[in-house]
Design a binder for this molecule. Sequence first.
Ligand code: MG
Length: 485
Amino acid sequence: MYEDFLREVRRLGNLGHAASVLRWDQEVVMPEEGTGARAEQISTLSTQMHELLTSERMGRWLEELEPRGRREAAVLREVGRRHERAVRVPERLVEEISRTASEAFPEWNRAKREDDFERFAPYLERLVELKRRYAGHVEPDVEPYEVLFQDFEPYLDLRDAEDLLEEMRRGLSPVVEEIGAGGAEPGSPLGEVPEERQMALVIRALELLGFDFARGRLDTSPHPFSTGNQFDARITTRVGSDPLDSLLSAVHEFGHALYTLGLPVDHYATPLGEPRELTVHESQSRLWENHVGRSLAFWRFFTPVLNETFGTDASPGEVYRGVNRVRPHPVRVESDELTYHLHVALRFEIERDLVAGEVEVDEVPGLWNDGMERYLGIRPESDAEGCLQDVHWSHGSFGYFPTYSLGSMMAAQLYASASEEIRGLDDIVERGEFETLSSWLREEVHRHGQVYTTDELVERATGAPLSSEPFLAYVGEKFGELYGF
Ligand code: MG
């Protein structure tokens, strides 16, 4: 009977992976006029998935099956969780949310372009209302924001997450102030670099990091992202004015792809062959982007490659300081490694209060601007560069933002453990022997798929629950030295 259940689970998994390929295609290569047909294709797959997941047969299996061992228990736990959530929410509400979100997205886009919050406000209000209702169906006795947060991070307690984020914010604020007061702002040692050379450097970096191009590919898109499975992991980067940005975006997505490629092949399309949710996934990308890609050891290794590709004459120290420049920016995705998290902290505060009904939609622009001034000492000149900058709310995604910062904390904690367990890790990175770190991550994180919950996974890999300390220690050490405080 378990085998029949598992066959159905794989069907579900395959439909999900098929939808991912369609989404990748839409972002990367589809002609504009394909949008309507593509929406139908994806919605057909979603409906099929919903039917498989909520069927009576599935309900019976989940109720009656007795797991033999830890792995079967994990599969039942994960599918059971999704089933429960899916059956509790009326289909009409799911459709209404999805319809409202598809109407909201172009309105948000236009509101952002025309700097007109009023245009987006009614959609935001409607989405908050609908998501509150959704949360009420899933867990009527739990605070709605917590239910929404669990959609993105089911296995970290929101109270704990909130404490961690607050510790992070309190730890970062004085550091950002200190750096701002010092006025240190090393410029980029590179001039303008043509796009082909930027891409050439990205490809070279991916090869050296060990990206398997037989099971993966690289493309460009305005917003870098990654998708795929253990046989086919795809990443994108953006090329533009800052060649180091296109490189580090690619290194970030490489971290996501390495996770995907490290999942067990035998369990493809079942929870044992799927990654954990956003916090763990983001920890993998941030570890490579920040702890490797923004380290002095990496630049000692990679600067000669960069100079050769660009025909420049930069020194490792110059590039290292360039990629670690701290400067408050009104736009999150343009922000540095530190001030980024103050953006997240602010968005988290506001969306929590919005969902709780403690603030109204029309108060958001003011709250955003005041908050930016409080946390970053800058005031956005427009709502386009203020509360309208990010797309997430137009999708109805509330509770997503905290996972960015939690992912960074997890990255720091994992990297600290890797540094303890791998002797001379810095020297290894400086020699460009990245496979040592990749295999440590594969062993501790990737190969487990969803066998362990997020909290169990961190504790097993690092010997401690998720904490803000390794992140703050890393920040103090690296930026203290860079900026002399
Ligand atoms: Mg990411």
